[in-house]
Design a protein around this ligand. Structure first.
Ligand code: V47
Ligand code: SF4
Length: 379
């Protein structure tokens, strides 16, 4: 790269990216410390277009949050209620969750995303029965569900090994794992923000076991609170190493910390500039991850649109107002729901080609040439 005023470290990093060479941890930290938004955006966009051209993926999905009752006490969580206060929260029965699935009968959704608090009475038998019943009702619906936080607790209570537990979940219908529960892996931070749930090694072991069974999974990172830049790089490095080993991760999803109504409400939220820098650096560092997702219900749709020029090639799904994790944490999106036309239009307005995908990134439909009516865009 020839740019006379560019810092020499940034110039070397740019050359490496253009030559498809892997960045070191030190270079990752340098990007956070010195990379201004224009430099990072240009490089990340180059990588994004090299991998995906103009395509931006989304899917048609809905969430089931079985409960917000949780035995853990993560300080950033605005959503959970302790078991002793469970009357303030919700606890869905299997039949109530099946009724949610049935609401989508005849609708072209491809995925149900199941994730919630860790309820002491919702155990391995409960969730295997739930998945069997969902699959019996609608075999084509992909079940993506449960973070290592939930799985680790379930497996320990049932006294089964991680491998055995994952086999049982797969046999009952589980097809992939979402990326949650990763937060920040490094114990210096993890012990301060979520000391009592599964640690980094446990989180990675469950994803490794899922990959070993041929399942794909996602990975997240909760950024923008008390961590330092090197903790973010350490987190991404651990994921990059597991991906080298298994190739089982589909997507990396940086999650912006939101500070409403939680025990970290005094910690300011990151700025949009910091968010865009985060996405761009993730795209540059995570060279063995095919996809980078911005989760619009958490970021808000305007910011999500901007990320499409900073390395992001996936905006997740239509959601249909079925998740509360982010609205309760203060997101702009208080009732997250977009129909296909609205989501495709959001992507088009950012100059990208909207492509519907299924959970494992098979292309379902390219919407770049589709014209939408005003009615479709309003509903
Ligand atoms: O692990 C909780 C995060 C995650 C807050 O894989 C918060 O496709 C910000 O992982 N501010 C769960 N974040 C959600 C999740 C997810 C969401 C959408 C798609 C996928 C996927 C995965 O939510 C938790 C935690 O990191 N979270 N509270 C908060 N106050
Ligand atoms: Fe429980 Fe998850 Fe909230 Fe932590 S983030 S308290 S594990 S619901």
């Amino acid at each position: 790269m020839s740019a006379p005023t560019l810092d020499k470290d940034l110039k070397r990093i740019a050359d490496k990216v253009l030559n498809r060479e892997r960045l070191t941890q030190e270079e990752g930290v340098t990007l956070f410390e010195k990379g201004e938004i224009g430099y990072l955006g240009a490089l990340a966009n180059h990588v994004r277009e090299r991998l995906h051209g103009n395509k931006t993926y989304f899917n048609r999905n809905f969430h089931i949050e079985p409960t917000n009752v949780c035995v853990f006490t993560c300080k950033f969580c605005s959503y959970s209620r302790l078991y002793k206060n469970r009357e303030e929260g919700w606890e869905l029965s299997i039949d109530e969750m099946l009724d949610i699935v049935k609401k989508y009968d005849g609708q072209p959704v491809t995925e149900v995303h199941i994730v919630g608090g860790v309820h002491p009475k919702m155990n391995l038998d409960f969730f295997t029965e739930l998945m069997r019943k969902i699959k019996a009702h609608r075999p084509d619906l992909h079940i993506k569900g449960f973070t290592p936080v939930e799985l680790d607790y379930m497996f320990r209570k049932a006294k089964v090994s991680v491998e055995e537990g994952m086999r049982m979940m797969k046999e009952a219908g589980l097809q992939s794992l979402p990326g949650g529960g990763a937060e920040i892996f490094h114990p210096d931070i993890r012990n301060q923000i979520c000391h009592d749930k599964v640690d980094a090694e446990g989180w990675l072991a469950i994803h490794r076991a899922a990959h070993g069974l041929g399942m794909v999974t996602n990975a997240t990172m909760l950024y923008g609170h008390i961590e330092q830049f090197w903790h973010r790089v350490d987190h991404m490095e651990r994921l990059r190493q597991l991906q080298d080993e298994t190739h089982g991760f589909n997507t990396f999803i940086p999650l912006k910390f939101r500070n409403k109504d939680n025990d970290m409400a005094h910690v300011p939220e990151s700025t949009i500039v910091e968010d865009l820098r985060m996405y761009a650096i993730a795209r540059l560092y995570m060279d063995n991850f095919q996809h980078l997702k911005a989760y619009w219900p958490m970021l808000g749709r305007n910011s999500a649109q901007l990320t499409l020029s900073f390395g992001v090639n996936d905006l997740d799904g239509t959601i249909d107002d079925t998740t509360k994790i982010y609205s309760m944490a203060g997101s702009e999106e208080q009732s997250p729901s977009m129909n296909t036309a609205q989501l495709a239009m959001l992507i088009k307005q950012a100059g990208r080609a909207p492509v519907e995908r299924d959970t494992v990134y098979n292309e379902v439909k390219d919407y770049s040439e589709v014209e939408f009516t005003e009615e479709e865009l309003l509903n």
